[in-house]
Design a protein around this ligand. Structure first.
Ligand code: ZN
Length: 105
């Protein structure tokens, strides 16, 4: 209705929500959006993800993967589908923010 043209999904490195999901902890409402994180973690078991299996780089990579998953989730909502069916110009962007340095790669 508002003719929004861009939707930005912005995650951040060091996300405690992603970390909690990895540890199987429930944190409330965000659980609905984070339930795909464990699926992301499984993807990192692929041999080409070897360097990201442990340590801080794993969490960073999972934060990035989570943004990608959430972009897909947003793109599949009925709101987005109906907008596309109306021919509305609409793009979903995935961003990730560095809390330590303010960098937005
Ligand atoms: Zn977070």
């Amino acid at each position: 209705m508002l003719k929004v043209k861009h939707v930005i999904v912005c995650g951040h490195y060091g996300c405690s929500g992603v970390q909690a999901a990895l540890g199987g902890k429930r944190i409330g409402l965000s659980d609905n959006w984070l339930r795909h994180v464990s699926g992301c973690a499984r993807k990192t078991l692929n041999p080409c993800w070897r360097e990201f299996r442990t340590g801080p780089s794993r969490l960073a990579k999972l934060c990035e993967l989570n943004v990608i998953e959430q972009v897909v989730n947003v793109a599949q909502t009925t709101i987005m589908r109906e907008a596309r069916e109306r021919g509305q110009e609409l793009t979903v962007h995935g961003w990730i923010y560095g809390l330590k340095d303010g960098f937005l790669p």
